[in-house]
Design a protein around this ligand. Structure first.
Ligand code: SF4
Length: 352
């Protein structure tokens, strides 16, 4: 059973939500991948554009890369974000159009813009869900959320795990639907309503690093076995994250953040940007070339002056380093104690 340290959660969430609201420190709305692309002007088209963009954020997706690709697709074929137009195509025709967008980026040497890592999966889910929107949701993604009191009510409408749910949207679980819910609210396309924190790796990293989430009996010591890339992490605390666990954390987060006056559309971007820009710079967050608990930590190219955590507003609560590699490759969260650096906060970051 998962338990929660609500005192730490309140301190961390209120600090991050406040900084996001004021767009302080490293928090800038323009840095978010979903803001890279100029969306359609008309509301229904805008909502559908975000719907398909959210579909690309599944699994260990690289958000920036998928968004760059979607932007190229939108430029050459804006109708590929319109459920009515998509649902008239065959899989082969859609594949040809998708490849055209990819080729246009490759010609320009834009290495980032790709969805090749899950090509067949994205292709099928694009077509299937366009047809579902046409059939059950008036070809308008906003209809899914119409009149709901909170996220859970909307999720029940499209959850494919529920029996006999003909209107289900395939491949969109809590993480993706809550992301879409937040994006639509942010653009004023649907009314504001309570939502959980979308639990991608970055949110999980900070929640576990700050001991906000306690995995109790789920936690083990890592056994690398034949997996070369995990050898350096042998013996460290690890959790194999399942959907059941992320659902449990999401269900806790919605009422909790509501109680403390924070919002998911503040915490989601704040946690994502913090993890993607600062936490990843921490040498202990690299799984290669760093020894496990028995060995010494090789702090190559690291000096206190370069310590990314010195400027972090939640560093007092953050006890652990959680590298990305084991999660994106093997589905494991792994952590090792974070080296504390007692130097004073950088000018301008005091009082966080
Ligand atoms: S203290 Fe460092 S590792 Fe922890 S959240 Fe802040 S930047 Fe990330």
């Amino acid at each position: 059973m998962i338990t929660f340290n609500e005192a730490s959660a309140e301190a961390v969430f209120t600090t991050l939500a406040k900084a996001w609201r004021k767009q302080q420190w490293i928090f800038k709305k323009e840095s978010l991948p979903q803001n890279y692309a100029e969306p359609p002007k008309e509301d229904r088209a805008h909502a559908n554009f975000l719907f398909f963009l959210a579909l690309l954020q599944r699994g260990p997706a690289v958000s920036e890369s998928a968004t760059v690709w979607a932007k190229a697709l939108f430029k050459s074929h804006p109708e590929m974000f319109d459920p009515d137009s998509i649902s008239k195509l065959t899989l082969l025709e859609l594949d040809g159009i998708f490849r055209g967008a990819l080729a246009s980026l490759q010609e320009k040497g834009e290495e980032k813009g790709t969805i090749e890592y899950r090509w067949d999966d994205f292709l099928l889910s694009w077509l299937t869900n366009a047809s579902q929107l046409v059939k059950y949701w008036k070809s308008d993604a906003r209809e899914i959320f119409k009149g709901v009191k909170d996220f859970e009510e909307a999720y029940k409408r499209i959850n494919p795990n529920l029996k006999r749910n003909e209107a289900a949207i395939r491949g969109m679980r809590r993480k993706i639907v809550s992301l879409l819910f937040i994006w639509l609210q942010d653009r004023n396309l649907i009314p504001q309503a309570p939502s959980p924190i979308p639990l991608d790796f970055h949110a999980l990293r900070i929640l576990w690093a700050c001991d906000i989430v306690v995995f109790n009996g789920y936690e083990r010591l890592l056994e690398a076995g034949e997996r070369e890339r995990l050898k350096n992490l042998e013996g460290l605390p690890t959790v194999r994250v399942s959907e059941k666990m992320t659902d449990e954390i999401a269900l806790w987060s919605q009422p909790f953040i509501q109680k403390i006056g924070a919002r998911a559309n503040e915490l989601n971007p704040a946690l994502w940007i913090l993890s993607r820009t600062l936490c990843k710079l921490l040498p202990e967050n690299r799984s290669k070339g760093v020894k496990g608990r028995e060995g010494t930590i090789e702090l190559k190219g690291f000096s206190p002056k370069k310590n990314p955590c010195a400027a972090c507003p939640i560093h007092k609560h953050c006890k652990w380093a959680v590298p990305n590699g084991p999660h994106s490759r093997f589905g494991y969260l792994v952590r090792r104690p974070r080296t504390l650096h007692p130097q004073p906060a950088l000018p301008g970051t005091e009082g966080y």
